[in-house]
Design a protein around this ligand. Structure first.
Ligand code: ATP
Ligand code: MG
Length: 174
């Protein structure tokens, strides 16, 4: 899967709608401390379905919504759109939106879907919010210190078979 575009609105420090084109190959993000580099990576993880506030450096999930500054009022929603193409070249557009008091809603190619569908879409493409391809600060140390079961999860995600677990859990709950 290749990410081609990222759109953010009201997400963390990206208060005004921002659009980034991501070219094929290696992308570097540079800028002074606190300018929002890590927030960008978190936006990618969030739209892929990340649900742990801790890994978003937040207390609660609504904390990803722009909280306001002295000169700017807070927003009441955050939205991230990720455009990508899969290995067959099919275009994919995933949107996640969170509103204060209303939780998250997802869309894939304009259609309302469940969080689970988004998780499956990315798991089948051997990527996702926990993909080893998204390396955040402190992640390397975490890999080294991981328990064998956690390390197996990382390997399974890299191998593209994580989707099988989602389906197994789903089948067992029926
Ligand atoms: P460093 O180089 O130090 O790693 P960085 O470029 O990765 O910095 P980020 O951590 O992405 O910077 O951005 C931090 C900024 O985002 C801080 O100024 C913080 O106040 C702001 N921020 C985070 N969440 C919100 C929010 N909900 N509302 C407003 N601003 C936020
Ligand atoms: Mg950072």
């Amino acid at each position: 899967m290749e990410i081609s575009r990222l759109k953010l609105s009201g997400f963390k420090s990206f208060v005004e709608p921002a659009e980034l084109r991501i070219e094929p190959g290696l992308t570097g993000v540079v800028g002074p401390n606190g300018c929002g580099k890590s927030n960008l990576l978190e936006a990618i993880r969030w739209v892929m379905g990340e649900n742990s506030p801790k890994s978003m450096r937040s207390g609660g999930m609504e904390d990803v919504i722009f909280a306001g500054t002295e000169s700017r009022p807070a927003r009441d929603f955050a939205e991230v759109v990720l455009q990508a193409s899969d290995s067959e070249g099919e275009e994919l557009e995933v949107t996640r939106r969170i509103e204060r008091g209303a939780g998250s809603a997802y869309r894939v190619n304009g259609r309302d879907v469940r969080a689970k569908d988004v998780a499956l879409t990315f798991a089948d493409a051997a990527t996702g919010a926990h993909s080893p391809a998204l390396v955040s600060q402190g992640k390397i140390a975490q890999v080294i210190a991981a328990k064998p079961t956690e390390r197996r999860q990382m390997l399974e995600e890299a191998a593209g078979i994580a989707g099988l677990h989602v389906r197994k859990k789903d089948a067992e709950s029926k």
